[in-house]
Write a protein of this length. Structure first.
Lengths: 330, 330
DNA sequence: TTGAAAGCGTTACCAC
DNA sequence: GTGGTAACGCTTTCAA
């Protein structure tokens, strides 16, 4: 591997000059700079990341924490982040933080080992406030995605879940439904709470009594949508519509309804939340609330980059709006 | 951030002793070692990654290249790799190599910048032989997944695609089908070629004439399955079964069949390949060939780790067997 | 068993 | 504009 010293020797200058030339800094004559650049190319020079970050104390790397990188939900988010990172030159380091306990491991690998300059944290487990606090204390720049944390020092990007759920439920009401069940997410998550709120709000507005019995809690995976839908079918046969807190659970619900030989949307209408890629392929295609995930990823990355570059100050909150996508399940 | 020097000072020893103690090397008295370990804990010491890898020339990081990290197909593969990496202490650095051209960027970010100790490359684009060759030349340890490259120096892990496709097709034949179409993948990919071969082999064995007209090529995404299925329906109404080279295209085919008011499997039977999570949720649930993806990820990671640790030599080839999962689409 | 010192490749500071 | 040198935090070698 060629080093800066090799180039310096060949060019007949000092290593420091080479460094400055390569980094486009002031104080290098054009002609020597040209020579150095030419030599670097010829000699196939690439800066050593470790050496550089040892002195600059920067890694040009951003850590991404999410519950499970392989959830289809995250794919667009990741792409949005990558798109910006490719432009700004940052490298992304992913970490699956399956559980809160794992946070500790991430802290080790990313923060203490000083592998990243900042963090993007996706997910809204409401018990994880402490983690944010400890990051704040350590002065690690970070942005929270899918989470609206009121602390004025933290950066948040989230979608208006209340509004999205409200619109979905309202749409069902407009279609004439009065007995509308809600398959909620795990209520440890802010998004689950918010979507439940939106559902209630629409009911209230339409003078429909809110009934706790019609709200069943799943945990965002299709299996729980399937199981809870079976319960609803058994205990509340008068239901004519269901609003599921995410698409995965809606898929499971669809499955349960199909198995019960009922048809969607004629017997039961169903609306999901997220608009996963697959949602246009269900039978019937799923009506759902689309989250601008690609855009969320982009915004999160842009924001963190700006903060790392000193172009923005901490404490920025960004709200994005979801959109009701009407297909054929409601 | 506490450094080794800080600990050395407090312990009244030299930095080198601290280093040795922390790394469990010979030549440190138990009592001083205990003291150092205790101090390290108290003072919240964590080694600086950059400094360490600058001298050891190791990053304890493995680069993962794949076409598109967000493809559901890859999720289990990633989990398998992570599982092993967590055990061995390696950090994973992902890179989406959407296209061959991108290889260059990856080389820069990972190899030239010396950010990784080795590479796992997932994908089977047959035009990418040169990339492997250049890695070989640079002496970067790597393993290829989903690819059987005959060069005796390269490590490969792949599934028996020919066998899987053969079994799927044979199953259709056993169900009485004679006019069986094949929605192939992009034939630049080895896996697409292999699955086509397996299909032919089963036909041949059953004395069914192979007809090129019944093979249409998609590019592995559902849209192409949808489009090609429409063609098949129009031009070959006598077809009673379809073998799709992957599940995504099978989903599209299912969609096209449903839209044509035909039923699966009565009018047309369909088999996919991969067994994505979603395949048990289609209507009807998809019969498909399951790839042991989690296991592939694990094996790939184990193999690379062993090679990096000097416990295995290059040139290892591993074949895994796919399994026919019979659901209700065929 | 311990310590001193060199060195990894880079940047940054200060003198020329 | 340029060069020398120290420094980043760590491991390794060699001598004590």
């Amino acid at each position: 591997m060629t080093t800066i010293k090799d180039i310096a020797r060949k060019a007949g200058v000092a290593p420091s000059v080479v460094s400055r030339a390569l980094n486009n800094k002031y104080g290098v004559k054009d002609s020597t700079k040209d020579l150095i650049l030419k030599l670097a190319q010829e000699m196939n020079y690439y800066p050593n990341t470790a050496a550089r970050s040892l002195v600059t104390r920067k890694t040009e790397t951003i850590g991404i924490m999410m519950a499970d990188i392989s959830e289809p939900y995250y794919s667009q988010l990741i792409k949005g982040m990558e798109y910006i990172a490719n432009q700004t030159g940052y490298t992304l380091l992913f970490s699956n933080s399956y559980e809160s306990v794992e946070h500790n491991r991430v802290l080790h690998k990313m923060i203490y080992a000083q592998r990243v300059d900042g963090l993007i944290i996706v997910g809204s487990n409401i018990q994880e406030k402490n983690f944010s606090l400890s990051l704040l204390e350590k002065k690690i720049p970070f942005v929270l995605v899918e989470r609206n944390f009121s602390d004025p020092r933290v950066n948040c990007i989230w979608v208006d879940n209340v509004g999205g759920a409200y619109r979905a439920t309202k749409y069902l009401i407009e279609q004439g439904h009065r007995k509308i069940a809600h398959i909620a997410g795990n209520l440890y998550y802010q998004v689950a709470l918010d979507r439940l709120d939106g559902y209630k709000k629409a009911l209230l507005e339409a003078d429909i009594d809110y009934s706790e019995e019609l709200v069943v809690s799943g945990n965002f995976v299709w299996q729980s949508g399937y199981a809870t839908m079976k319960d609803i079918l058994r205990h509340h046969p008068q239901c004519t519509a269901v609003f599921a807190a995410n698409d995965a659970m809606a898929y499971g619900a669809l499955q349960a309804i199909t198995e019960a030989k009922l048809t969607v949307p004629d017997d039961i209408a169903i609306i999901g939340f997220d608009d996963l890629e697959f949602s246009s392929l269900t039978n019937p295609p799923l009506t759902t609330v689309r989250q601008p995930r690609y855009q969320m990823g982009q915004k999160a990355m842009e924001l963190l980059t700006d903060i790392l570059r000193g172009e923005k100050k901490n404490g920025i909150k960004i709200t994005l709006n979801p959109e009701l996508i009407i297909r054929r399940s409601a």
